[in-house]
Design a protein around this ligand. Structure first.
Ligand code: NAP
Length: 532
């Protein structure tokens, strides 16, 4: 007799497993879109179950129940009875970052009884995997943790874990170097057994967001950002609403921002919202890249097939060494805030300068309908406060537009150096209020949250004819902007500049016109205390 099996949609990485003489099972190693597994760590059963129900209402498809967080005797059957979605049962010892305080025998008994109760997955550390045998349909996650480092030989470690009758291998290791992300993601991509590889800490965040892109069956998130169960774990809300993890697949184009520290960058919010709005299959990720790791990171970015990066402190100058081409404005400013990977070329741009100058031109054109159309800045004078990176981009632009420019900076030598370089004039910080200028531009952080009652310029010197531009964008209505409005000056806010520079980046990244209104709305909503 000839048996015919009709097999629908078996990918190249799926395994066909013979489970009996006449039957086969297809073990999926890869899914196009992957899931978020949300970890629940609460002390009481009823809180665990309430969080579980709440998460499923929010769309969660898989949760990890951390038995080690439960205080007192654990009742596995109660947790699994009428569970609203599949679960992973995990019970960690202190050495793997867990809270279990009972004996090892008690812990193993809990794991075995979870399997007997039909949990969909059980998480077993390597050393106990052999003593908790496979039973029923429960799938085995064989896990490894290292809270200090990402070990050198990941493939060898992976092979050891896979050999423990693993359905899924899980590695969670501390990232001390951005290159650890690439090593972990490459391991997921090349593994024959379904693999979850997560790097911990804020350097490791990209591995959590990109796990699915490289073929992991799921990534882990926490119920709430204030209750991370592992260092660097993102919240479920963050994963879904900011990174749209469910939509990331192997085709998703990768973008990001590099900085150190990375914590307060608003760029992921606005670029991801823009991708979403336009239906672009792309994700924008925060990469914390320490100064010493920059050139290695750019090599890694090529391997990861990253298409574009925003660049911020402390890399705006040093990134030049890793580029093959630099546009003329970025060269003139000696600072790059945007990198585009274009075939073999790594090209640097500066969108801050154009964003600031376009904002000024628009405000002047609106203020003076008779202003020269092609250069409303012609014949104007400007006073720039500060002599750092933002000032450099703006002074470069002003001088290219023949604006008579005066620079006042707290550190006089920095003002002198900038003035000499671009053909401007420098004055003492203390005499800034006495400089007469058509345009006043604040390029210092004075007035920025939380110092919102500070202003870098005495309001008594403001005149209604002046255009006042504050580059500070958090808050948008700085004291300087409020003073200027009260004195009937025209104003340009830091939000206007920020949205323009991001829109220009978006255009360089995607070739599309950015949805500036969407970006502005998201920025305004996000400004202020971190929401997630
Ligand atoms: P930066 O390179 O660190 O330069 C800061 C400048 O401000 C320096 O000249 C510094 O003087 C001066 N300064 C700092 N604290 C001061 C104080 N309390 N009183 C007087 N002067 C002070 O920073 P940056 O990259 O140029 O950024 C400056 C500001 O621009 C940021 O706060 C940000 O809000 C804004 N910005 C906005 C955008 C946008 O898109 N809207 C883009 C980039 C920057 P010293 O040399 O004496 O320290």
């Amino acid at each position: 007799m000839i048996k015919v099996f009709v097999i629908d949609r078996v990918g190249p990485r799926d395994a066909i497993v013979r489970t009996g003489p006449n039957s086969i099972r297809i073990r999926q190693h890869r899914r196009q879109a992957t899931m978020i597994c949300v970890s629940i760590g609460r002390g009481r059963h009823r809180h665990v179950m309430a969080e579980h129900r709440h998460l499923v209402e929010q769309g969660a498809e898989l949760v990890e129940l951390r038995l080690d967080y439960i205080k007192g005797e654990v009742n596995v059957r109660r947790l699994l009875h009428e569970r609203p979605c599949p679960v992973i049962i995990t019970c960690r010892r202190a050495r793997e970052g867990g809270k279990f305080s009972g004996t090892e025998d008690e812990r193993l008994m809990l794991l075995r009884s979870s399997i007997a109760a039909g949990a969909e997955y059980v998480d077993l550390e390597e050393d106990v995997a052999a003593s908790v045998p496979r039973y029923g349909a429960t799938r085995r996650i064989i896990s490894y943790h290292d809270f200090r480092k990402t070990p050198d030989n990941l493939p060898r470690l992976h092979a050891r874990l896979a050999a423990m009758d693993a359905d899924i291998v899980k590695l969670a290791t501390m990232a001390n170097h951005p290159h650890d992300n690439l090593r972990m993601l490459s391991l997921i991509r090349d593994a024959k057994v379904s693999t979850i590889g997560l790097c911990m800490g804020d350097i490791g965040t990209p591995s959590r967001i990109l796990a699915g892109h490289f073929g992991a069956p799921f990534t882990y998130a926490t119920f709430h950002h204030e209750r991370a169960l592992a260092p660097g774990q993102l919240s479920y809300q963050h994963m879904k609403e900011l990174y749209h993890y469910d939509d990331i697949n192997s085709e998703t184009a990768l973008y990001g921002v590099i900085a150190d520290p990375i914590g307060h960058s608003l760029s992921p919010q606005i670029h991801n919202a823009a991708f979403r709005h336009q239906g672009v299959n792309a994700v924008y990720i925060p990469f914390r890249v320490p100064r010493a790791n920059l050139s290695q990171f750019i090599e890694d970015a090529k391997v990861l097939k990253i298409r574009g990066l925003s660049v911020t402190i402390p890399h705006k100058e040093s990134i030049a060494r890793s580029l093959t081409k630099i546009d003329s404005a970025a060269k003139g400013i000696e600072a790059v805030n945007t990198v585009v990977f274009d075939g073999d070329q790594v090209v640097g741009y500066n969108t801050d300068c154009k964003a600031a100058l376009d904002s000024l031109k628009q405000a002047l054109a609106e203020a003076d309908a008779g202003a020269a159309e092609e250069n409303p800045l012609a014949g104007k004078s400007a006073l720039v406060l500060g002599a750092g990176g933002a000032a450099r981009a703006i002074v470069y632009g002003l001088r290219r537009h023949d604006v008579q420019t005066t620079i006042a900076s707290r550190t006089r030598q920095r003002a002198d150096a900038l003035a000499t370089r671009y053909g401007a004039r420098a004055v003492d910080w203390l005499s800034r209020n006495k400089v007469s200028a058509d345009i006043l531009i604040n390029c210092t952080p004075v007035g920025m949250h939380p110092e919102v009652d500070a202003t870098p310029y005495d309001k008594h010197y403001l005149k209604p004819s002046m255009l006042v531009f504050d580059t500070v964008y958090n808050p948008e209505s700085t004291l300087l902007i409020k003073d200027a409005q009260r004195h009937h000056c025209h104003v340009v806010t830091g939000v206007q500049m920020f949205v323009r520079q991001a829109s220009l980046q978006y255009r360089l990244f995607t070739g599309r016109q950015a949805p500036a209104d969407v970006m502005r709305d998201v920025l305004k909503r996000t400004i202020g205390p971190v929401k997630y």
